[in-house]
Design a protein around this ligand. Structure first.
Ligand code: GGG
Length: 353
């Protein structure tokens, strides 16, 4: 039996709905395995701006530091998307959380449940067997460089920078993971054009010398974007920079059938943060139709990575598998053949799991 402090940070939009379900699954695991999980909540994103004027209040950050793990939802609000002059934005809370907690490695498993082979727009014969683990670098790159306007606002810039240290630590995490899988690592960059990518490649090549048992391939990001759809089973572990990882994993979510299926773990120096890769999805917020499986699978990652509870984590994944095998779907992963009574809303899907 273990006692653990979990911080629930739902954030914005459907983050509230799916995180409530992820928490219930953690509760059920505690009950089944005799653990004692205690919970607290904290604000981030638009809801935090509304309440305090700050997208990541100090109190939230302190609670994160004091917790054993964070189950996070999403940030974002459409009002900022159409207001380029907004100085305070929900996403600033997300970036600050990652930086302050030293969460430099974002693991995004692209796990295809067999039952969802038909849910993707990619042909089943191309998808079968696809199983990719992305490592997205999370605290560097163009997201964190200097940004601004000049020429009276007519020119905008975002500077991308990487240090050797930053590339090496994420590369080592990815190589370590490749060793536990099929020993294949694909490093994605744009080294034919970008200086940051040339440093990236140089460092990955050097780190590779310490992992002679891992086969390494270097790809340009444009080629990876194409190959993920054309031949997803060629990939095992993929390591890439912050921006490329953000974009490629949204694309790769289609391998798993939906953005609503993809969980992630952000790890590094401090408390681990676990969240679906999807955003706040205000178009479906409050309708009770969001797919909670990404939050549930994020809870599974939390149990495994932050608490070392492998059996508990596996139990959650098996439950998801069984529910899918029983034919239950949320509407994002349903198809024309799914009977209406098998299409569940957010809470019902959580209850089924
Ligand atoms: N749960 C993921 C989330 O909230 N995404 C919204 C977002 O702003 N993402 C940017 C990023 O992940 O860097």
């Amino acid at each position: 039996m273990a006692t653990k402090k979990i911080l629930i940070v739902p954030g914005d939009g459907i983050g509230q709905e799916v995180t409530a379900v992820g928490k219930k699954v953690l509760d059920r695991i505690a009950e089944l395995f005799g653990h004692h999980f205690t919970y607290d909540e904290a604000l981030i994103g638009h809801v935090a701006i509304e309440a305090t004027g700050n997208p990541l209040p100090d109190e939230s950050l302190e609670k994160m530091r004091q917790s054993d793990a964070v189950l996070f939802g999403a940030v974002g609000h459409p009002k900022y998307d159409n207001d380029p002059s907004a100085k305070v934005r929900p996403e600033q809370g997300l970036l600050k959380m990652r930086k302050e907690l030293g969460l430099y490695a974002n693991l995004r498993p692209i796990k295809l449940f067999d039952e969802l082979l038909g849910a993707s727009s990619i042909k089943p014969e191309i998808l079968r067997g696809a199983d990719i683990l992305f490592f997205r670098e999370l605290t560097g790159d163009i997201y964190f460089g200097e940004k601004g306007r000049k020429d009276n606002g007519d020119t905008a810039y975002d500077l991308a920078a990487y240090s050797r240290f930053e590339v090496e630590r994420i590369a080592r995490k990815a190589f370590d993971a490749a060793r536990t899988r099929n020993k294949k690592l694909c490093s994605v960059d744009k080294a034919n054009v970008l200086e940051t990518s040339r440093l990236w490649r140089e460092v990955v090549q050097k780190v590779a010398l310490d992992y002679p048992d891992v086969t390494v391939e270097h790809q340009f990001v444009d080629a990876t974007a194409m190959l993920l759809i054309k031949d997803p089973t060629r990939f095992d572990v993929v390591v890439t920079a912050n921006l490329f990882g953000d974009i490629l994993t949204d694309e790769a979510s289609q391998i798993a059938g939906s953005m609503g299926m993809l969980a992630s773990a952000s790890i590094g120096d401090g408390t681990g943060v676990y969240e679906p890769i999807h955003g706040s999805a205000h178009d479906i917020t409050g309708k009770g139709v969001a797919n909670p499986l990404a939050s549930i699978l994020s809870a599974a990652l939390l149990l495994d990575i932050s608490f070392g509870m492998k059996a508990e984590s596996e139990k959650v994944i098996q439950a998801v598998d069984q529910v899918l095998k029983a034919g239950f779907r949320t509407r994002d992963i349903a198809d024309a053949q799914t009977p209406a009574d098998k299409i569940l809303g957010t809470e019902a899907m959580g209850k089924a799991v």
